[in-house]
Design a protein around this ligand. Sequence first.
Ligand code: UT7
Length: 333
Amino acid sequence: MYQSKITGVGHYLPEEVLTNNQLSEIMDTTDEWITERTGIKERRIYKENEDRVSTMGARAAYKALEMAGINKNEVDMIVFATLSPDYYFPGSGVLMQREMGINGIPAIDIRQQCSGFVYGISVADQYIKTGMCKKVLVVGSEIHTNAFEYTNRDRHVSVIFGDGAGCALLERAEEGEESAVLSTHIHSDGTHAEELAAKHPGSVSKIRCSNEMLEAGALLPNMNGQLVFKNAVQRFPEVIKEALEYNNLKPSDIDLLIPHQANLRISQFVQKLMRLGDDKIFNNIQKYGNTTAGSIPIALSEAVQEGKVKKGDLLCLAAFGSGFTWASTLVRW
Ligand code: UT7
């Protein structure tokens, strides 16, 4: 069995900023409500005709390749995580591939929402471990801001989400090398599938999209926030502990925890429970909101850019989200 390691990371964020105060001018919300409940102050909005989920993913991927010093033609697989694909089908992986001009290699789309990036790491890791691949791009990219109306009926969901993309390049590690993806742990449970979902357009309804559905708000993403919150604060610590125990490590061994940026209160709850100092957790939800599959690779890339990750550090990436799905990975940098 081979081992994989992360050799490059990159992210792309659209330039335009949408602040809580701007939101409060167009809908019934306040900066105080959003900040107090979520920690979010602002988020980014994609630019129509310029940003697509696939092209944003490609921009993040080029940065990851640049950091690793790898030519795009050396990549032997793309794993693309998103819940907001460019098209209903085909998936955004092939569109990113076309954009980058690296046709012929496999492109796999992952539909695991907020856990999509960590699921993607797990898939890439398995392919590298078995020797099937040597260099895999794992992307998380999302455009959320065009999914909402920004009116009272979606204010409990719309204020949370933002747009952005991140990417990691996984490569086969040399034998005996310290840098490695130590393990990945992925879970799902469909019991509460509809409690955080965009059900339409879907094949469940005879007419996939109608004026009646639009008027009833059936196309808007919906979330039972309190149920999701309760499950998140249970599953995050559980899946982090699972990874630590699997590797005979303790919470105090973690140099940097990068949780999916769902809600600052959830991250702070996990931080307190695991007794991690403020320098042992990375949060950027304040600036970008929840970018679902994009959130962990954006945060990882930003943490690296800010010099918060050193060679030999133990990183823990952990996620929880729609499905419900939850996942973690421990990475020796
Ligand atoms: O990434 C996937 C994972 N997602 C998560 O982990 C999200 C987990 N859930 C949460 O983070 C929280 O549930 C939210 C931040 C989404 C909501 O916070 P909450 O404390 O659960 O609020 P709530 O939905 O129970 O609403 C409380 C009140 C309601 O008013 P009443 O009924 O008490 O009068 C809402 O109508 O806040 C009202 N409200 C708002 N007020 C101002 C809901 N949305 C807003 C808003 N601005 N945007």
